[in-house]
Each structure stands twice: as structure tokens, then as C-alpha cells.
Design a protein around this ligand. Structure first.
Ligand code: GRF
Length: 217
């Protein structure tokens, strides 16, 4: 059931869409956001099936069909804006976005990244945490700014790294936490509790200087 005041959200994906699924599941309850479209840059990915199964409109903007990042981002923004979202959620969306795109959605563009930022921006985060002998790893939700994986972090969840871990077992442990923190951050945003003030996230009007930790909430 969708609340009358639920804000429209567009979710961007590139793959399996388990974070999308966590958001779809959250929206089935009393949730202040409604997913109005799921857009993928890759055809035939599992996440598109998840959206269709939930009755959510889908679109594919295939980045291989565009000559430049700018052309792709312009087409992507054109598609997103048809759904007039109040929030755009990157959920395993594996494209670097142009500054023009990011600025167009500044303050209403969230990303999830599988590391405790600022550690390990970019790819292969789990292997890098293992290679460094980290005892703690995790995931971060941040507002997207023009710096790749460098926007201000709102919320994190940590997991222990076990001696017998490989990148897959560690990724699975992190993913479980991702599925908790993304619906929570989207809820805060949709309730108007989470905003971006210049470069600083505000939760309930208070600056989030150090990322909030799920374990402490
Ligand atoms: C997640 O680990 C996310 O943090 C990263 O890519 C993975 C996507 O997983 N950006 P899914 O598509 O949500 O299952």
C-alpha cells in the first residue's frame, strides 16, 4: 500500500538489484517513498526483473549506444525527469556520472558504496580491505557530489572481517548491512529529515560531521 504523501523515487541499477529489492520490500510497508521507475544502463539484468515483478515501470538506457559520457548522461537525465522524482537512488549503478548530471540532482542523489568511506573509493573494495588486513569493513550511504565516491557520508554499517574470509564471503556480509542502511536513509530523506546543506548533510537540522553508525542508532 502506498501512502498518499509518499515521495516519488527513481532507482538506477546495473545488475542484480538486491539493494533495489530491499527498497521494494520496504515500500510494501508503511514507507514514505514510492519507487516510480527503475532504470538500468544494462539490458537483461536481474534487477529489471525484480522491478517488473513488483509492478514498477522499467527503462534501459544502454551506455554502449552513446558516443560520450555527456550524451549518455543527457539521455539518462531525460528519462529520469519524465518521472519527476524527488529523490534519485543509485543502487549498484556502475557508471561514473558527469558533473553536469550530478549538479542537476545535487541534494537529491544518494549512492551506496561497499566500504567504510573514505576508505576504498572505486572498485574491488572487499579485496582491498582483505589485502590491507582490515579487521572492520562495511558500507556507506552518501550524497553524490562531483567527486567519485567522495560525497559527504550520512550513514555507515560495519561488519567484522574474519580470518577465513575471501572477497565473496565478505561482500555477502556487507551486502546484508547495505539492505538495512539504504531503506533507512531513504526513509529519512522522504520524511524531510535528511537534507544536504552545501556539502554537509543535515539530519533533523543537525550537521552530520562524522557518519552515523547503524550500530549506534
Ligand atoms: C553493492 O555492493 C553496492 O554497494 C555496489 O554494488 C553492489 C550492488 O549490489 N555499488 P546490488 O545490485 O544491489 O545487488
Amino acid at each position: 500500500m502506498t501512502r498518499a504523501d509518499a515521495i516519488p523515487v527513481v532507482v538506477l541499477i546495473s545488475g542484480s538489484g538486491t539493494n533495489l529489492q530491499a527498497l521494494i520490500d520496504a515500500c510494501r510497508g508503511d514507507f514514505p517513498a514510492k519507487i516510480v521507475a527503475v532504470i538500468s544502463n544494462r539490458p537483461d539484468v536481474r534487477g529489471l526483473g525484480r522491478a517488473t515483478d513488483a509492478g514498477i515501470p522499467t527503462a534501459v538506457i544502454d551506455h554502449t549506444e552513446y558516443d560520450s559520457r555527456e550524451a549518455f548522461d543527457t539521455a539518462l537525465a531525460g528519462m529520469i525527469d519524465q518521472f519527476t522524482p524527488k529523490l534519485v537512488v543509485l543502487a549498484g549503478f556502475m557508471r561514473i556520472l558527469t558533473p553536469g548530471f550530478v549538479l542537476h540532482y545535487l541534494g537529491k542523489l544518494l549512492n551506496i558504496h561497499p566500504s567504510l568511506l573514505p576508505r576504498y573509493p572505486g572498485l574491488n573494495t572487499h579485496q582491498r580491505a582483505l589485502d590491507n588486513g582490515d579487521r572492520l569493513h562495511g558500507a556507506s550511504i552518501h550524497f553524490v557530489t562531483t567527486e567519485l565516491d567522495g560525497g559527504p557520508v550520512i550513514l555507515q554499517a560495519s561488519v567484522p572481517v574474519h580470518p577465513e574470509d575471501d572477497a565473496d564471503t565478505l561482500a555477502a556480509r556487507v551486502l546484508e548491512q547495505e539492505h538495512k542502511i539504504y531503506p533507512l536513509a531513504v526513509r529519512w530523506f522522504a520524511e524531510g529529515r535528511l537534507t544536504l546543506d552545501n556539502e554537509t548533510p543535515l539530519l533533523d537540522q543537525k550537521p552530520v560531521i562524522e557518519p552515523l553508525q547503524l550500530e549506534a542508532i
